[in-house]
Design a protein around this ligand. Structure first.
Ligand code: IPM
Ligand code: MG
Length: 365
């Protein structure tokens, strides 16, 4: 079968990690007889440089016509001075909104092979870390009304102010909660819903809506946790978390924390989904401009994002599992990129890592 994949290489290490993931798609295609077709499109800083805007319309059109989208990373110091709506990040927010990808799924798993890279104490880490953050992605403060009112230069001093608004509707909360309930049904049947209901109205509505929906999923236990406590519990006792359901902003923050306690932001993948099969798959890490173009990046997060695409968008569960198995087997051999190297590791570059994982897929029975 033919699958059309739009590839947003993006900025910094984005093109390198995408190239490694495409090698893996090619191996999967060869081994399991699928035809993966790639179309490279511009977004972020690369798009700003070529077209003047971070998200050209043709990019949105091509993504919409594809079966799925793979993204490297966007942003970098080169575009830091631009106004908010013209920054590379505006491209990312724009594509999420344009494709209505309201559910961001971010697994944070401590792989056996990488136990030593975990920064937590051994007695904590040995209870295991296997968390899925389900983050609302197209609402909340990221997309609420915002404004800067410039009142500088007044006679009585600088009275400039700015605001951003956190707003959630019942429907927005419901649809993301449904995703969390569905994911929880296939896992430990426990959701920790994170909010700030002791302060925010939007969080109180969040809590009420999530609990009302519990009636439709009676076998799922829902525990509420305030976001500050959640940030603390993630380092104190991460094994209590299975599915974490939360808003756009809290999810942004907690997913970085969840990623880092596994010691290896360079290996963590993510999926952004909407109502249909089309999804956008990207590594959790950023564009790492400091190591861009040096073949030092870790392509595993992007490769595992490709594995998520195979399973979640294409229903190719066997192929998805094969990619994960290949990654594990390369890491078990202590072959590592520099960011996750340990004593005795064979350190390889981004390209070579991609090649080795692709070869492993072709070799597997
Ligand atoms: C992420 C990133 C983005 C976000 C930025 C780059 C806009 O941090 O995907 O987590 O905040 O959503
Ligand atoms: Mg983030």
């Amino acid at each position: 079968m033919e699958y059309k994949i739009a590839v947003i290489d993006g900025d910094g290490i984005g093109p390198e990690v995408c190239a490694a993931a495409l090698q893996v798609f090619d191996a999967v295609g060869k081994k399991y007889r699928h035809d993966f077709r790639f179309e490279h499109v511009l977004m972020g800083g690369a798009a700003i440089d070529k077209t003047g805007v971070p998200l050209p319309k043709t990019t949105v059109d091509i993504c919409k016509k594809s079966n799925s989208v793979l993204l490297g990373a966007v942003g970098g110091p080169k575009w830091d001075g631009l106004p908010g709506h013209l920054r590379p990040e505006a491209g990312l927010l724009g594509i999420r909104k344009a494709l209505n990808l309201y559910a961001n799924i971010r697994p944070a798993v401590l792989l056996n092979a990488l136990k030593k890279t975990c920064p937590l104490r051994a007695d904590i880490r040995d209870n295991g870390i296997n968390i899925i953050v389900v983050r609302e992605l197209t609402g909340g403060i990221y997309f609420g009304k915002r404004k800067t009112v410039d009142k500088s230069g007044g006679a009585d001093g600088d009275k400039t102010y700015a605001y951003d608004t956190e707003k959630y509707s019942v429907d927005e909360i419901k649809r993301i909660a449904v995703k969390a309930y569905e994911i929880a049904s296939k896992r430990q049947k426990k959701i920790i819903s994170v909010d700030k209901a002791n302060v925010l109205d939007s969080s109180r509505l969040w809590r009420k809506t999530v609990h009302e929906l519990n009636a439709e999923y009676p076998d799922i236990e829902v525990v509420d946790m305030l976001v500050d406590n959640a940030a603390m519990q993630l380092v104190k006792n991460p094994s209590q978390f299975d599915v974490v359901l939360t808003s756009n902003m809290f999810g942004d923050i907690l997913s970085d924390e969840a990623a880092m306690i596994t010691g290896s932001i360079g290996i963590l993948a993510s999926a952004s989904l909407g109502g249909g099969n089309l999804g956008l798959y990207e590594p959790i890490h950023g564009s790492a401009p400091d190591i861009a173009g040096q073949d030092k990046a870790n392509p595993v997060a992007t490769i595992l994002s490709a594995a998520m695409m195979l399973g979640m968008s294409f229903g190719l569960d066997r192929e998805s599992a094969a990619v994960e198995a290949a990654v594990n087997s390369v890491l078990e051999k202590n072959i590592r990129t520099a960011d996750i190297k340990e004593a005795g590791s064979t350190v390889v570059g981004c390209k070579e890592m991609g090649t080795l994982i692709a070869e492993e897929i072709l070799k597997a029975h």
